[in-house]
Design a protein around this ligand. Structure first.
Ligand code: NDP
Ligand code: MG
Length: 392
């Protein structure tokens, strides 16, 4: 008889959160849900908390706590609200926390979860980009296992042999190329939000969909891999693979390439992390290997997608530049989604922030948060000024 795994899911109402909930409901005997959280989707949060039989539901927007309490009135589920509510809920000990909040908003709950969970299945890539060294250090000190959920990193995790790290020649992150894979810069300059959100292979949240269109998602993933696998930046490469079947690979010194393959369904990597070190049956799509006629791989075009080069440049500069890149991107993507700036302006905002902010040693969580906020201010002011301020 297997013991129940106690799970908390931060960002349960999002794309990753819902896929996690699907998996848990499909194998309910195996899990015991502790915390579920959302930002503002209060009705959906209550509904999911009830179906998952959670112990605690947290709504980050404190003004929605009365509504959450009302929705949960006849259920034995504790309602909590605000940032403090998120942090208090993250401090409840569990076997595994699924970190699926989007953006740097997930950083503080993630750090508290690391202290209180035996393992953290991390989808929330932005805190890894901006505070990767601190996150990994905290996890080592707390004895918390970090399990990558991002499909590429999950694939690498499955084929990465830490005992033979010195024989790893390169990590190859595969990229579908997104909806604009074959678009000219001219065409991208007038791309609409709807076009940017129409990913050919994956169904995801709004922010990561736009990141995939600009290939900033792959840039963030290069930095994510750098911290997760503690490997030199020049050993991390990107290859375009439009079919999204091989989710990434590792090349070893003897010439062997080990890849993980599967359908383009996040339920596979999430299931791997949820069940680790065991495996579980998934309710997701399965890859029909006999239906595959071809797998293509080709080099990315860094001229049309400058985000890729920026990843290596910021890693070379230091963690301050990674924070600046991520903060500027979050602000710019939000402005694009609100139709305040054009698609190619996202990169313009990032480059402006990278040129404007000062190189600085960042060695604490507080310093990361302050630097991130300063970069967001630069980005917001630049957008407000119609992208016209001078670099100064
Ligand atoms: P979604 O936008 O679909 O969901 C985000 C979740 O976070 C929602 O539950 C949302 O609540 C919550 N949230 C948003 N803002 C805040 C906040 N300020 N405080 C607390 N909670 C908040 O995102 P995805 O599921 O697509 O992505 C989640 C993370 O996983 C991202 O970092 C993304 O890069 C990464 N990822 C996603 C993949 C995917 O396939 N979707 C693949 C690989 C990585 P509410 O519903 O109330 O807004
Ligand atoms: Mg990915």
């Amino acid at each position: 008889m297997k013991s129940l795994k106690k799970v908390s899911i931060f960002g349960v109402t999002g794309s990753i959160g819902q896929s996690t909930a699907d998996l848990i409901l499909s194998d309910f005997e195996r899990f015991d849900v502790c915390v579920v959280s959302a930002a503002r989707s209060v009705d959906k949060l209550a509904e999911m908390a009830i179906s998952l039989k959670a112990e605690i539901a947290v709504i980050a927007d404190h003004s929605l706590l009365p509504r959450l309490e009302e929705l949960l009135v006849n259920h034995d589920i504790k309602a909590m609200g605000g940032e403090q509510g998120l942090l208090d809920a993250a401090s409840v000990p569990v076997d595994i926390t699924v970190a699926a909040i989007v953006g740097m908003a997930g950083l503080k709950p993630l750090m508290v979860s690391i202290e209180n969970s035996k393992a953290v299945a991390i989808a929330n890539k932005e805190p890894l980009v901006s505070a990767g060294a601190l996150v990994l250090k905290a996890a080592k000190e707390a004895g918390c296992k970090i399990l990558p959920v991002d499909s590429e990193h999950n694939a690498i995790f499955q084929v990465f042999d830490p005992e033979n790290k010195q024989h790893i020649k390169q990590i190859v992150l595969t990229a579908s190329g997104g909806p604009f894979r074959e678009w000219s810069r001219e065409k991208m300059s007038v791309a609409t939000v709807e076009q940017a959100m129409a990913h050919p292979n994956w169904s995801m949240g709004a922010k990561i969909s736009v990141d995939s269109a600009s290939m900033m998602n792959k840039a963030l993933e290069i930095i994510e891999a750098y911290y997760l696998f503690e490997i030199e930046a020049d050993k991390i490469n990107v290859i375009i693979h439009p079919q999204s079947v091989a989710h990434s690979m590792v090349e070893y010194a003897d010439g062997s390439y080990l890849a993980q393959m599967g359908a383009s369904d996040m339920r596979t990597p999430i299931a791997y992390a949820l069940a680790w070190p065991d495996r579980m049956q998934t309710c997701g799509e399965r890859l029909d290997i006999t239906a595959l006629s071809k797998l293509e791989f080709h080099a990315p075009d860094c001229e049309r997608f400058p985000a890729l080069s920026r990843a290596y440049e910021v890693l070379e500069k230091g963690s301050w530049a990674c924070i600046a890149l991520n903060a500027a991107n979050e602000v710019a993507v939000e402005a694009f989604l609100k139709k305040k700036i054009g698609f190619l302006d996202i990169m313009k905002v990032i480059d402006f922030v990278l040129e404007s902010c000062d190189a600085k040693e960042i060695d604490s969580l507080e310093a990361v948060i302050l630097y991130d906020e300063a970069c967001r201010d630069i980005a917001s002011n630049y957008i407000q000024a119609g992208l016209k301020s001078k670099v100064g």
